[in-house]
Design a protein around this ligand. Sequence first.
Ligand code: ATP
Length: 365
Amino acid sequence: MASIVLRDVVKEYGDGFLAVKGVSLDIKDGEFVILVGPSGCGKSTILRMIVGLEDISDGDLEIDGARVNDRAPRDRNLAMVFQNYALYPHLTVFENIAFPMRLAKGRFSEEEVRERVTRAAETLELSEHLERKPANLSGGQRQRVAMGRAIVRDADAFLFDEPLSNLDAKLRGQMRTEIARIQRRLGTTTVYVTHDQTEAMTLGDRVAVLRKGELQQVASPRGLYEQPVNLFVAGFIGSPPMNFLPGRVDGDTLHLPLADVPLDERLRAAVGDRSLVIVGLRPEHVSDAELLEDDKAATGVTFETDVDVTEWLGAELYAYIPFETEPAVAAKLEELDRDLDGEGMRSQAVVALDAESRVREGDRA
Ligand code: ATP
């Protein structure tokens, strides 16, 4: 197992394009770290630099305290699991898993190969399929074979590049749980690239959020959710996403499109001396007042609104609420919105209500 440290790592591609702009990240021995961000943010490039498939333009990469910028990929002892698994179609599951050991000619006796493959197959619940060819396996089983290969090598770390993106939703869910279980059992340092925030939130000890080659925040999933450092992270993490409401401060009142909110001590501290703010409202922090006990309703801010569209998902009901922003406020808020490339200020909010709610499309609720 190994620690992996990036210090001000830069990747410049040919024409001066900076795909990674000085990223520093300290991955501890045994830790499971997720790199997440929108397409093109540089996450795969970072992974490829760690494994040695891509040169590092500037900065340092350390594995277990040693600088490895110039070390060949095969000497880094890291195992990469790709999106397409890269299995050999003509080899059985057994031989696919054994492949890295066969490559290290003479290092492993036949007995050792057999023992390691058998053990990995047990861990991965593949024992019954060892004689099959990849074409006769399900997507999830192929994924496990690819992991088996990483396991038998005794690699110091596993690197995953969007390993589940080819699978259907159900299998993706199963494999996600399985990867988490196997990583916990083996305790191997793992770096995992995804653009899927559910994977990011459920798999990682810590999540690194990237945008346009820059690291935005590194924190536990809960830390990201509860204390995002900027609008980008706030909007990226969470599904449905956080609503951004334009707020105008007037004395002791915060005017929001949906309601006027009295500024208590906590809000006052957050607002400071600003006159315009963007208020982040998580969909689940709104309830259908009709379903609330009186004492609960009394502690919140109650508002009445039109409902555009509703979506019933079994456990919850999403209601879309249109709102308008005063033009003068909207213009000034654009400046605050630059973190989101202008995509942040929407003209509707989504709230996640209890599934029992009777709110319907076209209602005034
Ligand atoms: P995705 O989720 O779409 O795979 P990503 O975050 O993994 O995206 P990267 O593959 O790391 O993104 O690419 C980061 C940026 O670098 C992108 O703008 C991409 O177009 C660019 N890029 C990647 N490889 C090269 C290359 N060989 N030459 C030039 N530019 C490249």
